[in-house]
Design a protein around this ligand. Structure first.
Ligand SMILES: Cc1cc2nc3c(=O)[nH]c(=O)nc-3n(C[C@H](O)[C@H](O)[C@H](O)COP(=O)(O)OP(=O)(O)OC[C@H]3O[C@@H](n4cnc5c(N)ncnc54)[C@H](O)[C@@H]3O)c2cc1C
Length: 465
């Protein structure tokens, strides 16, 4: 059902929440449709008994909902496309899920200044297309690019496949429009090429996971378009050699546009979905690409040489765009392929590059000690892997072992000077680990900052803190 088909609820009257009366917003009244908005892509995400879903059609709806919710102390869950893997967009008991996918207009693309103005519901891939239409490029490229929204990307400071060269969402957000609890509309940042007036509140909101306010418009920086990527696939006989390959490429003067790591179990899972051309008789593979204008072929040949020196047994360079697209499609199929294997926890640890091989070895040790299956894949070029720990959904004991392995990986990453989350966010699944990473004093300071914007604590309670 499209947003336009939903009735405008001028006065919702008595709701599931008993006392709530909202004068704006398209409340979803069909229980089956509402239930689909209660969950995100995270493990164990389930709908609570009582919640209300509102699909905003304009900023006015957002203002009204946040004014009313603030006045009544009703929790609000800001929501985009629900691809959160951290449990950040799941309805909570007694909450209003405020979905902004309908605010999906690219209002402006300024080719001279190099920016675009997008509603929070604009899908990442569509923003890229809008930029490309004037010869520019919006780099942030989560593997969920075809579905996730720019509002969700801002709220999670999303990363993705090309961060190794281009950085993360925060590196492209120039300015935000945000509705605060109570309904005040605030604007942060600037559209000009430079601007240093005042504190960087844009930076504060990026990555705040819907805990401070709701993003209703985003001004993103665009860069000159690169060349179409040339892609190569290198295979290795050992995980260590593949990790050495990552380090070798990170030292190159011309950084790859993408440097992804897949272990054998991941490759086997992907090939089980379809033939993406990944050889299965190896311990690990790296996918690497260059998009440097007029130098893609030189770069990829040089990368192939470096990977050979690091121990690659084979490096296959895609001959044409079709082969390159097939390899990239294989990389984008990883999440679905691993999901098809069964119950799993998806890790998102990020470690210093020099410790990548140690992280991979630690994963192998944890997996054998805990008696769980673990796959290793992800954004190797950033030191950001997504180890998956599998369990049998019908066996509670196997789930406990997987949980313990998940926690072990966090310990290992922190001990290496890494972090509990490179890009998926803390959400509701990693709250306890955040205390481990930041410590109670820092958590208290962050809570105090949150209270400045959200004094009643209605924004996404249970997420991050
Ligand atoms: C197959 C798959 C692959 C993925 N690959 C990557 C990857 O490569 N890199 C990566 O970083 N992530 C990845 N993710 C995770 C996810 O796609 C990102 O976190 C994404 O940014 C979430 O966008 P969304 O629109 O789905 O937001 P949602 O899941 O709806 O929400 C995510 C968080 O943002 C908040 N939020 C959403 N919209 C707003 C708003 N307008 N204002 C304030 N807060 C808001 C929510 O409250 C929630 O806390 C992947 C997920 C899947 C399922």
């Amino acid at each position: 059902m499209s947003t336009a088909e939903l009735p405008r609820m001028m006065d919702l009257g008595e709701t599931d929440l008993g006392v709530m009366r909202l004068s704006g917003g398209a409340r979803v009244t069909d229980p089956a449709i509402a239930a689909s908005y209660a969950v995100d892509a995270s493990l164990g995400s389930t709908a609570p008994d009582h919640f209300t879903v509102v699909r905003a059609r304009d900023v006015g709806d957002v203002v009204e909902v946040l004014r009313e919710a603030h006045a009544r102390g009703i929790p609000v869950v800001p929501q985009g496309a629900r691809t959160s893997l951290a449990g950040g967009a799941t309805a909570r008991e007694g909450s209003i899920v405020l979905n902004v996918e309908g605010l999906d207009t690219v209002a402006e693309v300024d080719e001279l200044e190099g920016y675009a103005v997008a509603g929070p519901g604009v899908v990442n891939q569509d923003l890229k297309r809008a930029a490309a239409s004037v010869g520019l490029f919006y780099p942030p490229d989560p593997a969920s690019s075809a579905t996730c929204t720019i509002g969700g990307n801002v709220a999670t400071n999303a990363g993705g496949l090309c961060c190794v060269k281009y950085g993360v969402t925060a590196d492209y957000v120039k300015s935000l429009e945000i509705v605060l609890p109570g309904g005040e509309v605030v604007r942060t940042g600037h559209r000009t090429g430079k601007g240093v007036a005042g504190l960087d509140l844009t930076g504060l909101f990026v990555g705040s996971e819907g805990t401070l306010g709701l993003v209703t418009s985003v001004v993103v920086r665009l860069v000159p378009a690169p060349d179409p990527s040339l892609v190569a696939l290198a295979t290795f006989a050992s995980l260590d050699a593949a990790a050495a390959g990552v380090v070798a490429l990170r030292r190159d003067r011309h950084r790859p546009a993408l440097l992804e790591f897949l272990d054998r179990a991941t490759i086997v899972a992907v090939q089980a979905v379809a033939d993406y051309g990944f050889p299965q008789a190896c311990a690990a593979a790296l996918i690497v690409s260059s998009d440097r204008p007029e130098h893609t072929r030189d770069d990829v040949q040089r990368y192939a040489g470096l990977l050979g020196e690091a121990g690659a047994v084979d490096v296959a360079v895609a001959d044409d765009q079709q082969e390159a697209d097939a390899l990239m499609a294989g990389r984008r199929a990883v999440n679905n392929a691993l999901e098809a294997k069964g119950g799993r926890f998806v890790e998102d640890v990020c470690v210093p590059l020099g410790r990548l091989a140690d992280l991979i070895r630690a994963g192998e040790e944890i997996s054998s000690r805990r008696g769980v299956e673990m796959t290793m894949s992800g954004h190797g070029g950033d030191g950001n892997l997504h180890p998956c720990v599998f369990f049998d959904r019908a066996d509670p004991e196997s789930r406990l072992r997987a949980e313990a392995a998940f926690a072990d990986l966090v310990d290992v990453a922190l001990a290496m000077g890494g972090t509990i989350t490179g890009e998926h966010g803390v959400g509701s699944l990693k709250r306890e680990f955040l205390v481990q990473e930041l410590g109670p004093a820092e958590i208290a300071r962050q809570r105090a900052v949150k209270a400045v914007f959200d004094p009643r604590g209605i924004m996404n309670p249970g997420v991050v803190y």
